[in-house]
Design a protein around this ligand. Structure first.
Ligand SMILES: C[C@@H]1CCN(C(=O)N2CC[C@@H](S(=O)(=O)c3ccccc3)C2)C[C@@H]1N(C)c1ncnc2[nH]ccc12
Length: 287
């Protein structure tokens, strides 16, 4: 450098300093981790930017920490209109724990948004959301990823005409020579969104995401109302549904009921989608 020139501190915009990350609210949580709304305010003037921060719960260290690392590496490579934007990472405790920083969408997930907007959301808009989820998933598949957790609770609403896939916690990349992903341990699985091949052989194909899309489409057509959620509809009132029982029920051909006022056009969609899913197992996830 010529004398007197001070090197400009190259600031990596994807590195967030934990000192300037202020928690505002909880956005959601699961068994292993949570997503919080934070204000990133490096100037300390209260006018920083709102971000969504995903972290693991303290007691869920070990293999989950590497899961979050893998999720960060996955999100870094994804750029699509219908996929939530990766913003960066924040390391804490001397780099022992890492947090994933994403864009914050105030409208939250479809599961939160749709029941409140039932009367302002017509069939055209529901199918527009379904199309956008397909576009995000088609892009994910083109990058050789399998999502494994597609559900309305993981779809974010950008505005009343745009939705984005908002979580990649269970997303796996297929090895070059493989056309599916074999799951090793599976503790907290969204089994009511899982296709039969996943329940029986722990194998996830791209078409397994198609099955989950079918369940997500069912959620859309029922406005994500908890009273008609897949868990409620597939779980018998008495007793707990075991994995074996769920497989038996699905093999026997039991499917989610056709949502009320679900037009034939959407039912015909099931033929199209079930032919895609047919490739590796039974037909569609709802009649
Ligand atoms: C719908 C979103 C994804 C789902 N979610 C959530 O809380 N979770 C996703 C995974 C689980 S976890 O963290 O427990 C988990 C951790 C590791 C392994 C498996 C699960 C919780 C809520 C989010 N949410 C309301 C948001 N709202 C507004 N802007 C946003 N930007 C980004 C997310 C987001």
């Amino acid at each position: 450098l010529p004398p007197g020139r001070v090197p400009i501190q190259e600031v990596d915009p994807t590195v967030f300093d934990t000192r300037f990350l202020r928690k505002i609210d909880d956005l959601g949580e699961g068994h292993f981790g949570k997503v919080e709304l934070c204000l990133y305010d490096p100037r300390g003037d209260g006018r920083g930017e709102l971000v969504a921060v995903k972290s693991l719960k303290p007691n869920s260290k070990g293999q989950l920490a590497c899961h979050l690392r893998k999720e960060i590496d996955t999100m870094r490579e994804l750029y699509h209109h219908n996929i939530v934007k990766y913003k960066g990472v924040c390391s804490e405790e001397g780099g022992r724990t890492t947090k994933l920083i994403m864009e914050y969408l105030p409208a939250g997930s479809l599961k939160d948004y749709l029941p409140k907007r039932k009367h302002q959301t017509d069939l055209k808009r529901l199918l527009h959301y379904a199309l956008q989820i397909c576009q995000g998933m088609d892009y994910l598949g083109s990058q050789r990823f399998i999502h494994r957790d597609l559900a309305a609770r993981n779809v974010l609403v950008e505005n009343e005409s745009t939705v984005k896939i908002g979580d990649f916690g269970l997303t796996k990349s297929m090895k070059e020579d493989k056309s599916y992903y074999t799951v090793k341990e599976e503790t907290d699985s969204p089994v009511f969104w899982y296709a039969p091949e996943c329940l029986m052989d722990c194998k996830f194909y791209p078409a397994s995401d198609v099955w989950s899309f079918g369940v997500t489409l069912y959620e859309l057509m029922t406005y994500c109302e908890t009273s008609s959620s897949p868990t409620t509809m597939l779980q018998p009132t008495k007793g707990l549904m075991t994995l074996t029982r769920l497989v038996e029920v699905l093999i026997a051909g039991r499917r989610l009921p056709c949502p009320p006022r679900c037009p034939d056009t959407v039912r015909e969609l099931r033929e199209v989608v079930s032919s895609v899913h047919q490739g590796c197992s039974l037909s569609f996830s709802f009649i």
